[in-house]
Design a protein around this ligand. Structure first.
Ligand SMILES: Cc1cc2nc3c(=O)[nH]c(=O)nc-3n(C[C@H](O)[C@H](O)[C@H](O)COP(=O)(O)OP(=O)(O)OC[C@H]3O[C@@H](n4cnc5c(N)ncnc54)[C@H](O)[C@@H]3O)c2cc1C
Length: 266
């Protein structure tokens, strides 16, 4: 299947990209979600603004007590980064199980977060890790907590003329973390993905991908687990049902994968 005709513009800098987006373009990064969506006519931008070669958007560094991941960094680069393996092993491991080598070598963390596929892996991980996303628009940059970023099915707090530039994640000494997923056997998307970060003081953050139309932090489960009680995952959440998994089966999987994640951090 091929796409319809469209304009292609390559941005020379983040500032240039933001200016081009203001003219009505849509950012193109790894193209592994946007191009298939265009081929299927699920998305039909007239103009693509290619940000995939912007060095400004790539790379991983430590800034104070935060690990800073450029939005244009590929899943593969995150999986193999010694800094990520040292400070955020959940991110390295989670990234290594996204798709296949071709997807990991082209797809980016920023593209995945902006796309907000309900079954994508990064959303649960960034929420559990209490990450902050840095967004750049025509009037400057702003920061949004990952927990507030996802607003619904394929929807986020990102404005049309904004780019995600960075994902900033607190480095928490002594924290244990894990991302466990039941994946679709062909694509590896999460039918259910559960991320848990347990601090040295015992406090917990639990987040899910794949379960509902938007990823979410499971505060009810956190409370129960903190009180040493059995937790029921995804209570009060509208659970998806599709040809991969019924609502009932997803709920069951959410509980199984929460248990597995808790075993991994205890
Ligand atoms: C076969 C296959 C298997 C896959 N398996 C998995 C899987 O197991 N788990 C998983 O999580 N994902 C999976 N994916 C999705 C993959 O991770 C994508 O690469 C990712 O979702 C999108 O990243 P991208 O860089 O390719 O973004 P693109 O496709 O270029 O863009 C996606 C969207 O994000 C926007 N965008 C891109 N970059 C930015 C930015 N910096 N700021 C603002 N908006 C931006 C675009 O405008 C577009 O709307 C799979 C994809 C394929 C094709």
């Amino acid at each position: 299947m091929i796409t319809y005709p469209f304009q292609y513009k390559r941005a020379n800098s983040v500032a240039d990209a933001v200016a081009l987006l203001a003219d009505g373009g849509k950012a193109l990064s790894g193209g592994h979600s946007l191009i298939p969506a265009m081929k299927l006519r699920l998305n039909a931008p007239d103009t693509l603004v290619d940000v995939g070669r912007l060095e400004e958007l790539k790379g991983i560094s430590v800034d104070g007590n935060e690990l800073v991941i450029g939005a244009g960094t590929t899943h593969g680069a995150i999986a193999s980064s010694p800094l990520v393996q040292q400070h955020l092993p959940m991110f390295a491991d989670g990234a290594s199980h996204i798709g296949d080598p071709a997807v990991r070598n082209r797809g980016t963390i920023g593209g995945s977060l902006a796309h907000a596929d309900p079954s994508a892996d990064w959303p649960a991980m960034v929420i559990a890790a209490d990450a902050t996303l840095v967004l750049q628009g025509p009037s400057g940059s702003r920061s949004v907590k990952a927990e507030q970023f996802f607003t619904g099915l394929f929807s986020t707090a990102l404005h049309e003329n904004e780019l995600i530039t960075q994902v900033r994640v607190p480095i928490q000494a002594g924290a244990k973390m894990t991302y466990q997923k039941f994946s679709q056997p062909a694509s590896r998307y999460a039918i259910v993905g559960c991320a848990v970060v347990k601090q040295a003081d015992g406090s917990l953050r639990v987040a899910f991908s794949g379960v509902s139309e938007a990823p979410f932090r499971d505060k009810a489960a956190e409370e129960k687990l903190k009180a040493g009680q059995e937790a029921d995952a995804a209570t009060g959440v509208s659970i998806m049902s599709d040809h991969y998994a019924s609502e009932e089966y997803r709920k069951h999987l959410a509980n199984v994968y929460l248990k597995r994640a808790m075993q991994a951090v205890n």
